[in-house]
Design a protein around this ligand. Structure first.
Ligand code: ADP
Ligand code: ZN
Length: 624
């Protein structure tokens, strides 16, 4: 052997970097191919779901290229609030990285710029608006002249697309990088899958020559559950959290700021550890809440969609929606924040008639042009179809992203197939009742309509003499929730529209076909209110808390001790605990009880630098 060292593998291969620096044994999925492409100087567009492992796709090539003397990798990232933790994680692994953003003092920024210009840095994170300043571009040009600009990584690349849900105009400027530095390799990464966005990214970032890597968008460890709003949605939510996720970290999405605050307060009053997050809160408060969510165990974040992008906390065990998201892309992104660590996680949503009405109205009332609105309506319809589905949710979800799959066995519909009923006749009754109102020049909302259908006399029915209508009481055989479900479906299908401030109902063109009996309507059985208690809303199986770790009592104790030690270290370093070691890594240590440093170093997630820095301490905590 020529090599004088004792490395089992040549030190400058992707595999060696993966195991020595990150402590992992094997690349996942397409990581190896992507690393190879970029390390060799090619361009890449990477579409990989959240939790798929995008970071390594640019970090490993950056390390390899730096070792070959090719200088620094520039990482474009939209979220300055998270750069600190990302850089902290790299430094913990022994990789020299830094960030430049507005949170730094002038002095700190100058120091980092000197590091940058010296070529010592392996990765530099910066926001797009900084990267496209003349000053920064000049610095890049100077690096480039000296052969010290190794590559660009553009994270959250969907931000360049207006079709995406996080459009940022600063991203449009990033085509400059290619124009100014055409020979520097670029890798763009996103978890947004749809084709429109994909095409947009390629065009706007001029990635026509990039190799495109598309991973499966399935997140098999996420269980999808969608329930109808039934009585009090937040009671439903509370039951879900208490019964399935006591003490675990989760995100609860609400549409409005007010609802975020009310829900967080209410959960707190119920004894849960919940915090609010929305764009209306003071920047300081927002930052503090986000920090606590990342750093503390088992916190629940109640948030608007302002929260989440780039949050790479691996152990979020559930994502709940109290309101319907805008479309399937948004639903997929938001739910995707659960279970990055690959352990079982749940995506739970409750939805009802009001959600359908609100979302439709938001589209109608938006100032956008009609073509755009039509597109939005189509996307909403696809989401409603997912919510109303009686077959596998995952099949539908993946199908939306152009992926074919088999029923998953890990969604509510697979686990307990819902009952369906033929609602064609009911739909006709409902539509003809609205038709009678129209004939009399009247408009009413859902509540009154259902009263008339069920023959429930009220002041209003008397006032309008509706007891004499031919449709009076014609639907007494159905319950109110059933009628709501029928109406929801009819609105979702566009046969009925809601209008004005009181959401009065109006027949649309499509209603005629239903009235004539040309359209069959099958609905899921409306779930009757379940008493609070042990019953698990139609659920059959559910792995209990800590399913991922599966530790016996003694190992669990060691695990707790390791966690306590980790939280001290994390505090000292000002970093989230998972940056030091992830739960799955600590659990492995607790299970295997390594006897010495060599054995400890074999555990997934323990790289050379961490072994050196923490190895002895960990063995001590394990009583070795
Ligand atoms: P993404 O950015 O795609 O959402 P991350 O890069 O944050 O995903 O990776 C998700 C998780 O998977 C992280 O905890 C990361 O450490 C882990 N991971 C990624 N690649 C590997 C691998 N090859 N082996 C083991 N763990 C990995
Ligand atoms: Zn399924």
């Amino acid at each position: 052997m020529q090599s004088p060292t004792h490395h089992p593998v040549a030190p400058d291969t992707p595999q060696a970097v993966l195991s020595r620096v990150f402590g992992y044994t094997a690349f996942r999925g397409q990581q190896a191919a992507i690393v190879e492409q970029v390390a060799a100087g090619g361009d890449a567009l990477v579409l990989m779901p959240t939790g798929g492992g995008k970071s390594l796709c640019y970090q490993v090539p950056a390390i390899l290229r730096h070792r070959r003397g090719q200088g620094v990798a520039i990482v474009v990232s939209p979220l300055i609030a998270l750069m600190h933790d990302q850089v902290g994680a790299l430094e913990e692994a022994g990789v020299h990285a830094a960030f430049l953003n507005s949170s730094l003092t002038g002095e700190e920024a100058s120091r980092i710029e000197r590091e940058l210009m010296s070529g010592r840095l392996t990765l530099l994170y910066a926001a797009p608006e900084r990267i496209t300043t003349p000053r920064f571009l000049a610095q890049l040009a100077s690096l480039q002249e000296r052969g010290l600009l190794s590559m660009f990584a553009i994270d959250e690349a969907h931000c360049v697309s207006q079709w995406g849900h996080d459009f940022r105009s600063e991203y449009l400027q990033l085509s400059l990088l290619h124009e100014r530095f055409p020979e520097v390799p670029r890798i763009a990464l996103t978890a947004t899958a749809d084709e429109l966005t994909r095409a947009d990214i390629i065009q706007r970032l001029q990635l026509q020559d990039a190799q495109v890597f598309i991973s499966s968008f399935d997140r098999p460890n996420i269980r999808y559950l969608i329930v109808e709003k039934n009585g009090s949605p937040r009671e439903q939510l509370l039951r879900f959290v208490r019964e399935e996720h006591e003490g675990e970290a989760g995100v609860i999405y609400c549409q409005s700021r007010r609802k975020v605050e009310e829900t967080a307060e209410w959960l707190q009053s119920e004894g849960l550890n919940a915090l609010p997050y929305h764009a209306g809160l003071d920047a300081d408060v927002r930052r503090r809440h986000q920090d606590r969510f990342l750093r503390e165990d088992g916190l629940i974040m109640v948030a608007t969609i302002a929260f989440g992008m780039g949050i790479d906390k691996p152990d979020v065990r559930f994502v709940a929606h109290l309101d319907l998201p805008k479309n399937i892309e948004a639903y997929y992104q938001e739910t995707g924040r659960a279970g990055r660590d690959g352990a079982p996680a749940e995506a739970w949503m409750t939805y009802g008639l009001a959600d359908v009405v609100n979302q439709r109205r938001m589209i109608d009332e938006s100032p956008a042009d009609e073509v755009f609105k039509q597109g939005q309506r189509g996307k909403l319809d696809a989401l409603l179809a997912l919510a109303e589905a009686t077959d596998c949710r995952r099949v539908r979800l993946l199908n939306y992203f152009g992926e074919a799959s088999q029923p998953c066995g890990n969604c509510d519909n697979c686990l307990s197939p819902p009952q369906t009923w033929d609602a064609t006749e009911a739909a006709r009754k409902l539509l003809s009742c609205i038709y009678r109102f129209h004939q009399r020049g009247e408009r009413f909302g859902a509540g009154h309509l259902i009263d008339v259908l069920r023959g429930k006399a009220t002041d209003k029915t008397r006032q309008y003499h509706h007891e004499s209508l031919s449709t009076w009481g014609c639907g007494a055989d159905l319950s109110e929730p059933q009628w709501r479900a029928v109406l929801r479906q009819l609105i979702a299908l566009g046969h009925v529209a809601t209008e004005g401030e009181f959401n009065t109902l109006a027949l649309q063109d499509g209603a005629r076909a239903v009235l004539k009996g040309e359209v069959e309507l099958r609905l899921r059985e409306a779930e009757e209110k379940k008493p609070r208690g042990k019953t698990k809303a139609g659920r059959t199986t559910k792995p209990k808390a800590d399913p991922s770790l599966g530790l016996d009592a003694e190992a669990q104790q060691r695990f707790e001790a390791l966690k306590a030690w980790r939280s001290e270290v994390a505090k000292e370093h000002g970093l989230p605990a998972y940056v030091i070691f992830q739960n799955t890594t600590l659990a492995e240590m607790a299970r295997q009880q390594p006897g010495d440093l060599a054995e400890l170093g074999e555990i997934s997630g323990v790289g050379a630098k961490k072994l050196e820095a923490y190895g002895r301490e960990i063995l001590r905590v394990l009583g070795r």
